[in-house]
Design a protein around this ligand. Structure first.
Ligand code: COA
Ligand code: AMP
Length: 635
């Protein structure tokens, strides 16, 4: 069946379509109730089904004779280590760790925070939680203690699983002090911290509160998978919203397993035994869906790469990993490709590697600019597919379904709706846009399986943020348009969220922090275009009356503040002092206009502006400071 027919089938009878996909999995109890609503009126899939995610991702493959196949290939140029873990070994590791968690008194329904670098133990931790029905919440290792503290307070984990250190290029980053600081900052205190000691750094553990990973495992008996209802939360993954409070995206079990299994073959064209590599981080949704659960559910081999696209040791790093592990499909962020292109524009480092195994490259996490897409196509001579999704959806919403029909790619477009998603471009009042008319990107309800169930402990927040603005639709927060051939173009966020090197961050949160500086009266933090990272944040700051702090000193202090509070990944490097900020007559800061000015994008002066003269002042400041492209003459 071609794309059009399969997509039409997924729309015509959603319950029948997804029941058919769900049958591919080994349920403990296959559901009778396929599509329903919970008492909040939120969509739920497979409500009366029962299954265990870890069993499907690990045990069923061992039982089916794949025990000797590589499940996980760990490749770490920074730790100078490589390891192949078969499905049998994965089962042993995970069952034993689950036994250790049981021994600590944890059980189904409890939660655990995982703050780990890209090591196999991070994957074991996620799967061990899933084995017992413990809800895991992985926090990206690049986040500073404050961000970790916010998440600990919200999810209230019984335990934190961590490692002694992460490694960034040559820099060893001790994790334990970061965890300790986060616990000090959090009003909620978890009962246990378990530390995996890496050879690069041994830390002392305080045996009253902390446990050494090896001690935990020493007396642990392997634990069997615990069946859970399909609607049981597998994990909560926090993602940036428009404020300082990140949103705890709740993912169910049965819908997610069904959607990931479907997407591995239908979107990515993968079959059991194939090697799939998502070059992301376990702390992001890509890590959850396509580094851990998706490939393992499908019986693929997944690559866990602890390194960078460049300088570990060079811009040929990705090509080495692909050729050495015979990777069939790579998934990465456009930033990674831009970084490689910058260091090795002519692809000289490709020459030494046999990349005949690589059949396709998938890009997501941020908009892929056509030159980057074309460069990758030119270098690799394979289809390069931009596809679009978000933490909330858990799996692709737009793309080219390579396993169904490899339709032509259009540069700049994130493809066509994936089965199950009725993607629409709407005006603010909910009326549909015409082709090429930019509007809000929304998805008609009900969302397909695998998408967010709600926000953790915040049903009302889910309704308010995503469902209430356009009744009957899920609002994605992105803006875009479609063309006459049904291809969609995602042009960027319409809210205070930015993507820096594929990392989703909140300018709203940064703004709250900058506004907290004693010299600052008010400020706007905006994302401006960055050649390598796609976007980066800058602040425009109005000083309090009588403040004499020098701009350079204030900038240093704010850079330090954001680094301390959010982490170096925010890549916040500049703050400029301005006399006033452009506002509407009702006092709302015109952030979009600021963004357009900084990026040198032609714009119309908003009719609601209080005082148009402010725009010239700001333009001069941006130009003086060489921030963005404001030096390009505006129309
Ligand atoms: N833990 C701790 N610190 C981290 C980190 C982590 N996991 N990830 C990044 N950082 C730090 C970096 O060390 C750097 O610190 P510094 O300011 O002290 O040098 C800072 O955050 C900024 O990092 P980044 O913007 O990533 O710059 P970089 O120069 O370290 O690397 C790239 C540039 C392009 C190589 C890198 O951004 C990259 O690999 N991008 C692809 C990202 C990606 O795949 N995202 C996918 C999400 S789906
Ligand atoms: P995250 O939740 O971290 O996956 O980030 C999701 C956001 O990243 C989306 O809402 C988009 O703004 C952006 N994004 C992801 N993939 C793409 C893409 N292919 N094209 C454009 N933007 C993208």
């Amino acid at each position: 069946m071609g794309y059009q027919a399969l997509y039409a089938a997924s729309m015509a009878d959603k319950a029948a379509f997804w029941a058919g996909q769900a049958r591919q999995l080994a349920w403990k109890r296959f559901p009778d109730n396929i599509l329903s609503q919970n008492d909040q009126g939120f969509t739920q899939w497979f409500a009366d089904g029962e299954l265990n995610m870890c069993e499907l991702a690990v045990d069923v493959h061992v039982a089916a004779g794949r025990g000797q196949q590589a499940a996980l290939i760990y490749d770490s140029p920074v730790a100078h280590s490589k390891m192949v873990i078969t499905y049998s070994q994965l089962q042993q590791q995970v069952a034993r760790l689950a036994g250790g968690l049981l021994g600590m008194g944890l059980a189904k329904g409890d939660s655990v925070v995982i703050y780990m670098p890209m090591i196999p133990e991070a994957v074991y931790s996620m799967l061990a939680c899933a084995r017992l029905g413990i809800i895991h919440s992985v926090v990206f290792g690049g986040f500073a203690p404050h961000e970790l503290a916010i998440r600990i307070e919200d999810i209230q984990p019984k335990a934190i699983l961590t490692a002694s250190c992460g490694i960034e290029f040559e820099k060893v980053i001790p994790y334990k002090p970061l965890v300790d600081q986060a616990i000090r900052e959090s009003a909620y205190k978890p009962a246990h911290v378990v530390v995996y000691q890496r050879p690069q750094l041994q830390v002392s553990v305080d045996h009253d509160h902390d446990l050494d990973w090896n001690d935990l495992l020493q007396h642990a008996e392997p634990a069997a998978p615990v069946p859970v209802p399909a609607t049981h939360p597998l994990y909560v993954l926090y993602t940036s919203g428009t404020t300082g409070r990140p949103k705890g995206i709740v993912r169910d079990t049965g819908g997610y397993a069904t959607a990931l299994y479907f997407s591995m073959s239908a979107v990515y064209g993968m079959q059991a035994g194939d090697v799939f590599w998502a070059a992301s981080d376990v702390g992001w949704v890509v890590g959850h869906s396509y580094m851990v659960y998706g490939p393992l559910l499908k019986g693929c081999t997944t690559v866990l790469y602890e390194g960078k696209p460049i300088k570990t040791p060079d811009a040929g790093a990705f090509w080495r990993v692909i050729s050495e592990h015979r990777v069939k499909a790579l998934f990465t962020a456009p930033t990674a490709i831009r970084a490689i292109k910058k260091e090795d524009p002519d692809g000289e480092l490709l020459a030494g590697y046999d990349l005949t195994c690589l059949e396709r490259l998938f890009l997501a996490g941020e908009r892929c600019d056509p030159p980057t897409l074309h460069w990758a196509e030119h270098m690799l001579h394979i289809p390069v597919i931009d596809h679009w999704w978000q933490t909330e959806s858990g799996w692709p919403m737009l793309g080219i379904m390579m396993g169904v029909e490899p339709l032509p790619v259009k540069a700049g477009s994130a493809g066509k709706p994936v089965c199950g998603y009725e993607v629409a471009i709407l005006h603010d009042d909910g009326s549909p846009c015409q082709p090429h008319e930019e509007g809000l990107v929304a998805v008609k309800l009900p969302l397909p399986p695998g998408t967010l169930a709600t926000l953790w402990n915040n049903d009302e927040g889910y309704r308010q943020s995503y469902l209430s603005q356009l009744p009957g639709y899920y609002l994605t927060g992105d803006g875009g348009y479609y063309d006459e051939d049904g291809y969609f173009y995602i042009m960027g966020r319409v809210d205070d969220v930015i993507n820096v090197a594929g990392h989703r961050l909140s300018t709203g949160e940064m703004e709250e922090m900058v506004a907290g500086h004693p010299a600052v009266a008010e400020c706007a933090v905006i994302g401006i275009a960055d050649d390598l990272r796609g976007q980066r944040p800058i602040a425009l700051v109005v000083l309090k009356d009588g403040q004499t702090i020098h701009e350079a000193d204030l900038e240093d202090e704010l850079v330090h503040l954001i680094r301390e509070q959010i982490g170096a990944v925010a890549y916040f490097r500049n703050a400029g002092v301005v006399k006033r900020l452009p506002k509407t007559r009702s006092g709302k800061i015109l952030r979009k206009t600021l963004r357009q000015m900084a990026d040198g994008v032609p714009f119309k002066t908003p009719s609601t502006i209080d005082d148009p003269a402010i725009l010239d002042e700001i333009k001069d400041r941006l130009r003086d400071r060489q921030l963005g492209n404001a030096f390009i003459e505006l129309v």
